[in-house]
Design a protein around this ligand. Sequence first.
Ligand code: UDX
Length: 442
Amino acid sequence: MTCRIAVFGTGYLGATHAACMAELGHEVVGVDVDSAKLAKLESGELPFYEPELAELLQKNIKDGRLRFSSSYADAADFADVHFIGVGTPQKRGEFGADLTYVNSVIEELAPLLSRPAVIFGKSTVPVGTAMKLAQRVKQLAPAGVDVEVAWNPEFLREGFAVADTLHPDRIVLGTDKFRAGRAEEVARKVYEQPLAEGIPFLVTDLSTAELVKTAANAFLATKISFINAMSEVCEAAGADVSFLADAIGYDARIGRRFLNAGIGFGGGCLPKDIRAFMARAGEIGADEALTFLREVDNINMRRRTRMVEIARQSTGGSLIGARVAVLGAAFKPDSDDVRDSPALNIAGQIQLQGASVSVFDPKAMDNSRRIFPTLNYATSVEEACEGADVVLVLTEWREFRDLEPNEIAGVVRRKQVIDGRNCLDPQKWRSADWSYRALGRP
Ligand code: UDX
């Protein structure tokens, strides 16, 4: 069954959702206020890097199922199903989430709706937001027009956005328990295809649905900080955190995924989501329940400082005048996203301590230049490593993991490598006569 869908916001979440909904056979309009972004998307070009997404975008535009518009009136007229996929960044100087974009979608859209519609929120929001939006929609929608707000959190990972959207682990839906609505029926039509594959469909109230997303991200962040805390202990004890992660990961209750120790988590989600979660818990009187997340954040930030310290040790206790090659700028591989990237943050700190830093990343160069114009950017691994006193591997791109020590041995000044992601084979580097160091490993 084909639905007419509008997706508000064409960032990572919105653009992926729009293209994937079209791929499921629906008629979709992607809406954004940024006309430059829309022009790119209309011509089949992505404003960011995401594997598989460009092909999906081009195919569905060509087949006439996907288009883009800056007009809310157009979207209100065209669609019966509306998805909110705009950003909820961290507020400036505060922990809380900035809901400006979510609110403005509701303020603009609701008065324009002239027939029954369901608005599904996908953005990550503080618990209680959906209920407030539902009340606001009631005030704004024209009299007699039934508009329902439901929450359908998104769990996609950058780098796997298409697969995660088309074949999610689960679909979660929160509906307003104080009204008999159509949201569940509509969601079943929208997700007919994935549901037919047997993907679990979990229906709950609005607050629980909002919390499922924040709790999932808080758990993932905690898992990473747990292994990074173990990494600190391993360093003090002369033990090996990678072996430890493998060994505890065999316990199915623990699991090996998200136990990779290194310079920690970054990106547009985990850091800001745990902070927004703490802020919201404070507002609703549950702050004590989440004080541990402060420690999760602290452990994470400490890994960056530790990396800088190890780099400093490798250059004889001072970085002044040292040449440092940084391989990786994106917050994780297969992404060009540098938001809250541990790699760029470390590169910046090292430069501040007086080193000359040369950065190379396979996809994130333009974004890095934009937000960190003072670093030197190289066009290849070899160029970044030219004359380097130490090479830091800070994002585990395959190209870096597969690097042969001899490929760059001739260009560096000193054969020293520091593995910020525990992604290199220590044996391989040491046997090629390199000094190899990593976080949490002897
Ligand atoms: C995350 C969640 O995984 C996703 O479900 C949610 O919808 C959005 O936030 P994403 O930000 O794309 O997704 O990246 P993710 O793969 O979760 O990695 C986040 C950060 O943690 C990266 O910086 C990564 O390098 C780091 N990480 C991940 C580790 O340091 N160790 C690990 O074991 C795993």
